[in-house]
Design a binder for this molecule. Structure first.
Ligand code: CDP
Ligand code: CDP
Length: 231
């Protein structure tokens, strides 16, 4: 039976996954599923309810109970609109406070298995692009195209500073931003269950010296080579 292609984009924070996934989806007419937004939504709700980020049992129950809805966002800073139990939390889920806790919340197998089941249900028909940490290794290991997007810590910190500036937010010292990026990389790569790593058959694309447009062109070329189709 025919299934439309699945594209998996994984990589560390600030590599450009959501920016590129969103643009590529628009270009190919695919559905974009921002899996990070789902982990952020659960984290936001858990913080509302003052649940300890180490309490895997309560967090897993919460993940099963909460209703998350996603829709295309408006710009790079807000790539996805997010609702939790009917309340729009598009901006709130990008808050620094959520960013600081999301890796701890995401480390619990019960949280992950529920969100992964939802991601598979939405994506299994194909014609989708998912970005996250475990898409090519765990969620859709048979995806037609797997990209592992990277950039140096320095470059990612500079991009983060640009994003904060665009949002009119205060910009911490670059050294502080680098430390936050390193810390999230470490947490996401060292967790026991479905950690961030490059799938053996993923194509690594380093974006340090690329513009967004360069990267998009490169990903479209890879799609043409690996999957075909008139794009
Ligand atoms: O956009 P940014 O790179 O800051 O992060 P994100 O994609 O919104 O993901 C936020 C966090 O959710 C990550 O740092 C991971 O801890 C977690 N996450 C995950 O564990 N697995 C995924 N498939 C996606 C996100
Ligand atoms: O989703 P992820 O955390 O991997 O990154 P993002 O939220 O897409 O943020 C990446 C930032 O770097 C955005 O502000 C992009 O405009 C910028 N950027 C990029 O994504 N790719 C490049 N080749 C150059 C800059």
């Amino acid at each position: 039976h025919e299934r439309r292609p699945i594209i998996a984009i994984d990589g560390p924070a600030g590599a450009g996954k959501s920016t590129l996934a969103r643009r590529l989806a628009q270009r190919l007419g695919f559905l974009y599923i921002d899996t990070g937004a789902m982990y952020r939504a659960v984290t936001w709700r858990a913080m509302q309810e003052r649940i300890d980020p180490l309490d895997g049992e309560r967090l897993s129950a919460l993940t099963r109970a909460v209703r998350i809805r996603l829709a295309p966002g408006y710009q790079s800073a807000f790539p996805t609109r997010v609702w939790v139990d009917g309340e729009e939390v598009t901006r709130a889920v990008r808050d620094e406070a959520v960013s600081l806790q999301v890796s701890a919340v995401s480390s619990h197998p019960g949280v992950r298995s529920e969100l992964v089941a939802q991601q598979r249900r939405i994506g299994e028909a194909g014609g989708v692009i998912l970005d996250g940490r475990d898409i090519g290794t765990h969620v859709f290991p048979r995806a037609e195209l797997k990209i592992y997007l990277t950039a140096s810590v320095e470059e990612r910190a500079l991009r983060r500073a640009e994003d904060l500036k665009a949002k009119g937010l205060p910009i911490p010292d670059i050294a502080v931003l680098k430390e936050q990026i390193r810390s999230r990389d470490n947490q996401d790569m060292s967790r026991a269950y479905a950690p961030l790593r490059k799938a053996d058959d993923a194509i690594e694309v380093n974006t340090d010296t690329f513009t967004v447009q360069d990267t998009l062109d490169r990903l479209l070329a890879l799609y043409r080579d690996k999957v075909g189709g008139g794009v």
